[in-house]
Design a protein around this ligand. Structure first.
Ligand code: 5GP
Length: 195
């Protein structure tokens, strides 16, 4: 099978890489409604800037924002972690910086997943240096078993076991982001990624 054909078969069957569904669509959306209500209460009457980390947090950001019944603004950053495979190296490069200054603003970083915490810990140090009034984190998923850096996440959607997950913004080799649920990547593919 040529590389193009292999690519096409993966395109044809989006669910081929999914071992099992970990968090279904209704459960995801229910929890996001709860998080939105909690965040809206905490920030009511204060200026709020949401910062999303591309590309994984885009789906979560879009749904979370629609659950906030308070005024807020949004901006995005793109970062890349050096190192191959599926483990984060913690060495982070900013590919796209914010468009706005965060000085004297209430900033809430919206993340898809906190695994070792290395990426987030770098990002928080970088943002802290820009002197926001407040800086908090809302992560849809965390893997507490893997946490190396004690990063403070004020809002957490779900704590999940140490498995490689895809869907709802999370990719494997840039694919599967458009699955509407969080699924576990098939074991053969995890092994391939780690090789
Ligand atoms: P950390 O620096 O916390 O180890 O890794 C954070 C980044 O690694 C996340 O923003 C995400 O891009 C990626 N990552 C960590 N765990 C997973 C996972 O289970 N699935 C996917 N798709 N990406 C992950």
């Amino acid at each position: 099978m040529s590389q193009v054909e292999r690519g096409m078969s993966q395109v044809d069957d989006l669910t081929a890489g999914v071992q099992e569904i970990l968090i279904d669509e209704a459960t995801l959306q229910g929890r996001i409604r709860e998080l939105g209500a909690e965040i809206a209460e905490d920030y009511r009457g204060r200026d709020l800037l949401l910062i999303g980390v591309l590309k994984g947090a885009v789906f979560f950001m879009a749904d979370l924002m629609r659950q906030l019944d308070i005024p807020c603004e949004v901006d995005f950053m793109a970062i890349s972690s050096y190192g191959a495979g599926i483990d984060s190296s913690g060495v982070v490069r900013i590919l796209k910086d914010l468009d706005v200054s965060i000085e004297d603003r209430n900033v809430l970083v919206v993340e898809d997943i906190v695994d070792s915490g290395l990426t987030l810990s770098y990002l928080l140090r970088n943002l802290e240096a820009r002197r926001p009034t407040s800086l908090e984190v809302c992560a849809l998923l965390t893997k507490p078993e893997r946490r190396e850096n004690d990063v403070p996440c004020r809002y957490i959607g779900f704590e999940i076991p140490n498995r490689f997950v895809i869907g709802y913004g999370l990719d494997f080799a840039e694919r599967y982001r458009n699955l509407p649920y969080i699924g576990v990547l098939r074991e053969e593919l995890v092994a391939q990624a780690e090789a």
